[in-house]
Design a protein around this ligand. Structure first.
Ligand SMILES: [Fe+2]
Ligand SMILES: [Fe+2]
Length: 172
């Protein structure tokens, strides 16, 4: 309960969400959609890894999940799946800034959706929309992995939008 209130509070306070008129009930519905994911120990590990600017991987996924939820609910799409897919889309579980140096695997931008998908599938039951969101969110970087769902297309935009705002708010 504490974590839920903290996250909702964070969502309401953050300047990042100023452009969106966050209705209280939408925020609470949003959290109910992702609660099991947001409080899962493996997902919480994303807090250990810096992502864009001062934002860690967990916060970034929460931002994308929230924007996905709002946009998809507004357009009467599957907001629940969009939020859940958004919360899992970067579950690659390493610091991408040092990953190539440590493992020799280059091109994080291309490979990380597959790592995130493998982890997400191991711990959660994914529906086709959630799978599409995770695997295709990096399009057009992943040239051939084109989104197949409207929610997947929306995630290609919310992910880049959140990433740009987060990078702009801190070091890159
Ligand atoms: Fe990503
Ligand atoms: Fe992302």
């Amino acid at each position: 309960m504490k974590l839920k209130n903290k996250l909702l509070d964070q969502l309401r306070k953050e300047a990042l969400y100023d452009p969106v008129d966050l209705k209280k009930e939408w925020g609470e519905d949003f959290y109910e959609c992702i609660r099991d994911i947001a409080e899962h120990p493996v997902v919480l590990r994303m807090k250990l890894y810096p992502h864009h600017g001062h934002t860690n991987c967990y916060e970034h996924c929460l931002h994308v999940a929230y924007y996905n939820y709002v946009v998809c609910r507004y357009f009467h799409l599957d907001a629940r799946s969009a939020a859940r897919g958004g919360m899992l889309h970067d579950l690659f579980l390493y610091d991408w800034h040092t990953h190539a140096q440590k493992t020799g695997e280059r091109f994080h931008g291309i490979h990380h959706p597959k790592h995130a998908y493998r982890h997400a599938k191991k711990f959660f039951n994914l529906n086709p929309i959630e799978e599409d969101i995770i695997l295709a969110h990096m399009w057009p970087v992943t040239v051939l992995k084109v989104p197949r769902t409207k929610e997947g297309w929306i995630t290609t935009l919310t992910d880049k939008y959140c990433g740009a705002l987060e990078t702009g708010q801190g070091r890159s």
